[in-house]
Design a protein around this ligand. Structure first.
Ligand code: TXA
Ligand code: MG
Length: 337
């Protein structure tokens, strides 16, 4: 069932659903989440079951903004290193998740059994309204992975969530997500900040805000959690994805020529470069030149190719710059499957 996220009665109904231990589809600025009360092991189990996600893959716990923020952090985390506090001050509310040492006895199921917990305070007004209302009903934090089946493309509209889980799920509509790829994740449990997942906040911005260099997970090894967002193959549409440079792409299109004519659409092209194909069976979509705009539409573009029934998606390799790191990461994972 779809509810209008701008309607305060709908927000109250959504918060009540969380307090009652039910699942809720909800918008954030990054992607839509499949939400449940992080403190209820039974509610959290519903998330793992609906997604088909192994229960040892930790979920991100979302907390309310403002006064609720410090309370939420204190509830779930046993300790906040100084550099982590700087990151919160700089980027919360916003698309950044911090992994912190977990307080004993809270959110164990949501954390997938890790002794750490991923915390995020989103900037989306609908998410914030729900978390505030839920906190008033005793929900200290809301576990919410991306609202897609395990390994598939993350949803950036309410319609995407419904396409994944059907009409029985309560979904709050908050419009299309503005960021479009998941939050950047910084692990703050290893003595120095470690970037686990790039997002739209660049590594340069993160380093400036916390006043120290980011380390890589290889460099600063930890008993690495089995974290789905960091698995090689992820974000996979049904069609097979291949990344290549513009020249290789054009050559492939030339070789194809009109061989595909008369058959149903079977190749999607997603490229910044202007390419030519004489085949009507090639579906061409222009990738924005701007990294933020490309991130915003990325998952919707992959889903649209699937809807159009293409069998292959050929994507022009994105530029090397730091602002493209999040998009490069998602495309590399989408092309592993
Ligand atoms: O933008 C986002 O972060 C979205 C929206 C809905 O907020 N959520 C999201 O959640 O992407 P999810 O479950 O798809 O990604 C969670 C990832 C895990 O796969 C893992 O990489 C990391 O967060 N994670 C969470 N808790 C962790 C922990 N305790 N230790 C290490 N990694 C953790
Ligand atoms: Mg996900």
């Amino acid at each position: 069932m779809l509810l209008d996220g701008r309607d305060s009665a709908a927000v109250q109904q959504a918060a009540q659903a969380l307090a009652d231990g039910a699942l809720l589809g909800l918008p954030t600025e990054t992607v839509y989440g499949l939400a449940a009360d992080a403190s209820s092991d039974a509610a959290v189990a519903k998330i793992f079951q609906a997604k088909g996600r192994p229960s040892d893959h930790p979920l991100i716990v979302h907390i309310a903004p403002g006064a609720g923020q410090a309370a939420g952090v204190a509830h779930f985390a046993s300790q906040v290193p100084a550099f982590a506090q700087k990151l919160m001050d700089a980027f919360w509310p916003g698309p950044l998740t911090l992994i912190l040492p977990r307080r004993d006895g809270v959110g164990a199921a949501a954390a997938g059994g890790q002794d750490s917990i991923g915390l995020r305070c989103p900037s989306h007004p609908v998410a914030q309204a729900v978390f505030r209302a839920a906190a008033a009903l005793g929900v200290a934090g809301v576990a919410a992975p991306s609202a897609n089946k395990f390994g598939r493309v993350s949803p950036t509209t309410a319609a995407h969530v419904q396409a994944e889980f059907g009409d029985d799920l309560l979904v709050l509509d908050g419009g299309a997500c503005t960021v479009g790829i998941e939050s950047a994740i910084v692990d703050c449990t290893r003595g120095a900040p470690v970037l686990l997942r790039p997002g739209n906040i660049s590594r340069t911005q993160i380093e400036q805000a916390c006043g120290q260099p980011l380390r890589s997970k290889e460099e600063l090894a930890a008993p690495d959690p089995r974290a789905s967002g960091t698995l090689e193959a992820h974000y996979a549409p049904s069609a097979k994805v291949r990344l290549m440079g513009a020249k290789a792409l054009q050559t492939a299109l030339d070789l194809l020529g009109q061989a595909l004519d008369g058959k149903p659409a079977s190749i999607g092209i997603y490229a910044r470069s202007l390419l030519q194909s004489r085949s009507a069976q090639v579906v061409y979509r222009r990738m924005p030149d701007d990294a933020e705009a490309a991130a915003q539409e990325l998952f919707a573009a992959l889903r649209q190719f699937d809807t159009q029934g293409v069998r292959l998606i050929w994507i022009e390799t994105p530029p090397d710059g730091p602002d493209w790191e999040g998009v490069r990461d998602r495309l590399q994972r989408a092309s592993v499957a």
